[in-house]
Design a protein around this ligand. Structure first.
Ligand code: TMP
Length: 236
């Protein structure tokens, strides 16, 4: 792996090019931010945990027909992924009212939603990732109608698969955020990560937070919670 020019540094990950133009290397960091960068800190061990949890879940999703960018885990913090052009949308799937939805709609956090809710946010830090609908997405040219249909279909299927999978380890999947990209053939595939940074995981029995809300809300115990998620999902 000779060419390791850094292409991009995000809030939680760095992306490097490799010798293969179709392959990128992702390196996960322990840095944590909340409120679009307003709060900054570190969650010790987070980078490795998010890498291992993401790869485990992406491999599992691949076996159930979801195409992902995952290629190969190189180390605790580093993974080879397929080069994609990221579609500039955060796709949020919600099963239970929490976070910004609970606030926006005046629902008590923890209320089961009678229908799964899908939301899109336009990825633009300067604008604070505003929520958008299908019409905005078309007007922005962020994704074609066919791509958006594919993204919605995959997102609902991923929700079903993950909800069932996590129930087995006593984790309730409250909501989560996905990102998709176009591969070199223009096919839509799952990219980014699936981790306690990007999902709300509640303990099924106690409803304890096992995710980044512990950091976002200054509740404490985030290092232990991330370790617990890793232990339950990877079984080690
Ligand atoms: P929200 O309730 O703050 O809108 O978050 C919904 C879900 O999406 C939650 O599981 C956290 C995740 N999320 C991210 O991963 N990145 C983000 O920038 C935002 C706003 C939410």
């Amino acid at each position: 792996m000779k060419c390791l020019n850094q292409l991009y540094e995000g809030k939680a990950k760095k992306v490097f090019c490799t010798d293969d133009p179709e392959v990128y290397l992702v390196r996960y960091k322990d840095d944590a931010t909340a409120g679009n960068g307003a709060k900054k800190g570190t969650i010790r061990g987070k980078g490795a945990i998010n890498n291992l949890v993401t790869n485990h879940l992406m491999k599992m999703l691949e076996t159930k027909g979801i195409p992902t960018h995952f290629i190969e885990q190189l180390s605790d913090r580093e993974t080879l992924v397929k080069k994609v052009e990221i579609i500039p949308l955060e796709v949020i799937v919600r099963n239970v009212a929490a976070g910004s939805l609970a606030k926006r709609l005046g629902m008590e956090e923890g209320t089961k939603l009678s229908h799964t809710v899908l939301e899109y946010c336009y990825k633009d830090d300067a604008l604070g990732d505003p929520m958008v609908n299908e019409y905005h997405i078309a007007a922005l040219g962020a994704a074609t109608p066919d791509e958006l249909q594919q993204i919605a279909d995959y997102s609902f299927k991923i929700n079903e698969i993950l909800t069932e999978y996590l129930k087995e380890v006593n984790i309730e999947l409250i909501d989560f955020k996905l990102e998709f990209g176009r591969d070199s053939n223009g096919k839509v595939i799952l990219a980014d990560e699936i981790s306690p940074d990007t999902c709300r995981f509640w303990d099924t029995r106690t409803h304890a937070h096992l995710d980044k809300d512990l950091f976002r809300r200054d509740l404490g115990g985030e290092e232990e919670a991330y370790q617990e998620v890793k232990k339950r999902i990877l079984g080690e």
